[in-house]
Design a protein around this ligand. Structure first.
Ligand code: HEC
Length: 267
């Protein structure tokens, strides 16, 4: 009788451990299964339940956004101060101040009721390159989406952004291209025709940390950066998941030994 109960309760403890480990493994496999089949799966530093961002990569990615993408795309949900927060590119306070001041933002109204421009501060968001979607679409052929959350809004996330940026090619023979259209087989939403001209080419952005500025590398860096803007708390979330895991394992262990102790005392 006693042995049976111990066996039963040990089984409960074993199930708890298995469930914990299973939950951990399934998050990893769900992440893998989400991607489109033909997309290159990149071994991002932030992948998996313990992944973290690569600070240098986020800084390079920011540079690519700033020098290239920001001429067309807004990033309305990112504040300059976010660039200095833990878990992101972690620029120092003076660096954040200087890079914010490099932008002119609209403020006001002043006492006379007029809007005015002033240098950016940490509390400001990135100023948008176009006044509104219509203006952007009129000049570019289609409205470029806001990039703050794009890595979460597209299947494949950063793998998709990287694939999109590196997959421009000649249109297949016989395909009629509309004016201002560019062929990119990754852009399934537009059947391969996209209004965005190829934004990046080898050597385009100067890197200060010695990393080779190839098309592939710059595309990876800006995709990682956009993953951070879409999920700035990713590292905290991973850390919390790890703590919960340790807690559950400890609980399973206590349960197991407590069960044995309780039942071994009864004769
Ligand atoms: C010359 C302007 C221009 C530049 C520069 C530019 N884009 Fe775009 N982008 C667009 C336009 C326009 C669209 C909308 C395309 C469409 O709907 O056909 C777009 C769409 C996108 C999309 C969405 C694709 C989808 O699945 O809907 C992503 C992601 C993107 N751009 C990323 C970037 C990144 C990253 C950079 C910088 C490396 C960049 N873009 C630079 C104009 C630009």
């Amino acid at each position: 009788m006693k042995m049976k109960m111990i066996q039963k309760l040990s089984a409960v403890a074993a199930v708890a451990v298995a469930a914990t480990v299973g939950a951990l493994l399934s998050t990893a496999s769900v992440q893998a299964a989400e991607h489109e089949p033909e997309m290159e799966h990149i071994d991002w530093s932030f992948n998996g339940p313990f992944g973290t961002f690569d600070r240098s990569q986020l800084r390079r990615g920011y540079k690519v956004y700033k020098e290239v993408c920001s001429t067309c795309h807004s990033m309305n949900y990112v504040h300059f101060r976010n660039l200095g927060e833990t878990g992101g590119p972690e620029f120092s306070a003076p660096e954040v101040k200087a890079l914010a001041a490099g932008y002119q933002v609209q403020d006001g109204p002043d006492q006379a009721g007029d809007m005015f421009e002033r240098p950016g501060e940490g509390k400001d968001t990135f100023p948008a390159p176009y006044a509104n979607e219509e203006a952007a679409a009129a000049s570019l052929g289609a409205a470029p989406p806001d990039l703050s959350l794009i890595a979460k809004a597209r299947e494949g996330g950063p793998d998709y952004i990287h694939a999109l940026l590196t997959s421009y090619t000649e249109a297949p023979a016989g395909m009629k291209m509309p004016a201002g259209g560019h062929y990119n087989p990754m852009f399934v939403a537009g059947s391969g025709v996209i209004a965005m001209p190829p934004p990046l080419a080898d050597g385009q952005v100067d890197y200060e940390d010695g990393t080779a500025n190839t098309l592939d590398q710059m595309s990876k860096d800006v995709s990682a950066f956009l993953m951070w803007t879409a999920e700035p708390k990713l590292e905290q979330r991973h850390r919390l998941g790890f703590q919960v895991l340790i807690y559950l394992l400890a609980l399973a262990g206590i349960l197991f030994f407590a069960t044995r102790k309780v039942w071994s005392d009864q004769h």
